[in-house]
Ligand binder design. Sequence first.
Ligand SMILES: Cc1cc2nc3c(=O)[nH]c(=O)nc-3n(C[C@H](O)[C@H](O)[C@H](O)COP(=O)(O)OP(=O)(O)OC[C@H]3O[C@@H](n4cnc5c(N)ncnc54)[C@H](O)[C@@H]3O)c2cc1C
Length: 341
Amino acid sequence: MKETDILIIGAGPVGLFTVFEAGLLGLNCELVDNLDKIGGQCIELYPDKPIYDIPGVANQTGKEHIEALLEQIKPFDYNVHLNTRVEKIEPKEEKWVVKTNNGSEFLTHNIFIAAGAGSFESRRPPVEDPDKFLGNGIEYAVRDKSKYKDKEITIFGGGDSALDWSVELAKTAKKIFLVHRRDEFRGAKHTESQMRKLVKEGKIELKIPYVIKDINGTDKFEGVNLMHFESKDIETISCDEALFFFGLNKQLGPILDWEVELKEKKIAVNTENFQTSKDGIFAVGDINTYPGKLDLILCGFHETTLAVQEAFKRINPGERVPFGYTTSNKGLQEKLKVNKN
Ligand SMILES: Cc1cc2nc3c(=O)[nH]c(=O)nc-3n(C[C@H](O)[C@H](O)[C@H](O)COP(=O)(O)OP(=O)(O)OC[C@H]3O[C@@H](n4cnc5c(N)ncnc54)[C@H](O)[C@@H]3O)c2cc1C
C-alpha cells in the first residue's frame, strides 16, 4: 500500500494546482484519474478553445492551460495514475485507505476529491454485453498505438476521436474500416480531408450509413455485424480490433458510495477549508457546492489553496502552516533553477 500526504482524485486543472499548493508546503501527492490523459474537461472537452479568465493570462487554450499547469508543478513530488478510477474509500484510524478499480491501494491523511462533474465514462455501444472482449479486441480509447500495427481495425464514430485515430492508425494498420451512421462528420475539417484522402488511397474503407448490430465471437473476439441504417441489411466484418468512439458520459459513479454529504449531486463543503462532512476528505473545483459557488477554474484554485492549509495541519498537528509569498520562497526558486539546468 502506497502512503502519501494527499491523494487527489481527478487530474483536471484543480487537481493539478493542488499539487502546486501542496508542494509549496512540502507535501507530496498521488494523482488518480480514470481518463487516459491528464487535464480533465480542458483536455477532454475543449483543448483548442481559448480560456480568457485565468488571472494574468490574456488567453490560453484548454491544452495550453494544462501544459502550463504541468510546467508549474514540475518541481514537486507527485505521481500520476491514469486509466485508474477510485472506487472505495475506507477509514483507517486517523487516515484513509483509497482503493482503485485496478487493485492499487493508497494510505493517506487527506483525500482531495477534484472530480469535476464526476468520472467521464466512455459511452458503450448498444449491444449485449459490450465489455465482454474489453482489452481483447474491444477498446474505447487507444492506450498503446503499437498494438494496432498490421491489424484489421473497425473504428466507430463521427467525431474527432474517430477521425484522428482512423488517420493515425492507418499509418501502420493492415486495414481500417470507419463506420458512421451518416456521411457527415463532427470532427475537424482538416482531419476529415485527411481521412477522405486515405479512403481514396484504399487505406481506409468507409462504411456509411451503418451502425453496430453485434459484437461477434464466443471465446475470442472475431469481428462485428453492421446494420445498414436505412435498409437494415446486415454485413459481417471480420477484424482483429474494434474501437468505439461514441463520446463520454459524466457520472458521479462511486462518489455516491463514499457517504460524504451531497447537495443536488455535488459535494457540500465548509468554505473555511473546503472539507466535506468527513474529516480529511476535501472537495475542490466543480465537484463541490456552497452558497455562491461558480464552476470556474479560478474558484477551484482558491478552494484548493485553502484546503491544502488544512491538509497540512492534519499531518502536522499543532504546527504553524508555513505561509509565505512565492516571490520570497528560496526553496522553490532553488528547485526551479535545478529543473532548468
Ligand atoms: C466547453 C467548456 C468551456 C469552458 N470554459 C471555461 C472558461 O473559459 N473559464 C473557466 O474558468 N472555466 C471554463 N469551463 C469550466 C472548467 O473547465 C471547469 O471549471 C474545470 O475543468 C473544473 O476543473 P476540475 O479540476 O474541478 O474538474 P475536471 O476538469 O472536470 O476534472 C475532473 C477529473 O476527475 C476525474 N474523475 C472523476 N471521478 C473520478 C474517480 N472516481 N476516479 C478517478 N478520476 C475521477 C475525471 O475523469 C476528470 O478528468 C469550461 C467548461 C467547458 C465544458
